[in-house]
Design a protein around this ligand. Sequence first.
Ligand SMILES: Cc1ncc(COP(=O)(O)O)c(C=O)c1O
Length: 376
Amino acid sequence: MRFETVAIHAGERPDASLGAISVPIYQTSSFAFEDVGKTRGYDYSRTANPTRKVLEDTIAQLEGGKAGFAFATGMAAETTVMHLLKAGDHVISGDDVYGGTYRLFQDVMPAFGLDFTFLRMDNRESIEQAIKPNSRMLWLETPSNPLLNIIDVEMVVDIAKKHNLLTVIDNTFATPYFLRPIDYGVDLVVHSTTKYLNGHCDVVGGAVITTTDELTQRVQFLLNAMGTCASPFDCWLVLRGIETLPVRMKQHEENAFVVAKYLTNHPSVCKVFYPGLEAHPGYETARKQMDGFGGMVSFEIKGSINTFLKKLNVFSLAESLGGVTSLVEHPTTMSHASMPKDYRDKVGITDRLIRLSVGLENIDDLVEDLEQALKP
Ligand SMILES: Cc1ncc(COP(=O)(O)O)c(C=O)c1O
């Protein structure tokens, strides 16, 4: 089956018990045993739940992985993946990752003995130089949040295989519709399903997709042992969102392209970050490894940030991204506020930076909204 069909049919659909076309929400903690020591496949919803299972099977198939796991949030998924490691292990991470990811790596995991190096993953030499005898994992985010930097996944996987490192990619921005990291040999994919997979800003959720039996067993064990799983209703919301993922992603990209080109030519805009623009340093790599450039556009403006943000009407000033509704945010005071200023300055996340999640409204309304807000 092709992507669009998988998004609608993967997992047990229609439901085996009564043939329900919409996946039933098994809103239950517990499942009655058939006999002593004999279940009908489920016993307790932290361990496994039929609604969650359909979502997990769907995401796994869309990513081309062995198994999928649904978590309460993207951060719960990431925290669980970190527990694949042990005290004394070293992780190399991209430097301009989501602020919450940076906070987890910088302010939480070191207390458990993990050591992190953050770097721009744009060339082989600097990654290889960062590898230590205790390095175990390479963490990639591409396109990155908020600078939309592109990492050459094939190149990083090649380095990882030579040095026996586990590769993990946060595929939240691209989604499997535009990037299938497992096709390039990545070991684990993580998602904030809060974003494009759900697509309607009505849930927080996360996912992990595995590629081997060993990783599958370990992630299943950790999810159950740590209790980081998603609720049945939240899984249902993400499932419903995924059914329209292909059509939404196409339109997000079409609208984002128009917005990126419009901003490039605007006198009040100093810099535009969108991997679909030929001037973007990651353009060739993005074209090579992705089937589309996505719906996120970042840019720097010359005038007052506050005035611009206040004047917008169609774009709402809000955290998050990937929904049908267009959102705007100011990374240094919002999504990336947990990064220290000197670190943000080093990686290029300036106070002038604005990030747009271009939604599915009529593109003329979006451009007109930006136009009136950018007027001096
Ligand atoms: C790229 C990326 N990864 C992970 C997360 C964390 O996901 P959640 O907010 O669902 O915990 C976010 C949240 O913004 C994100 O943008």
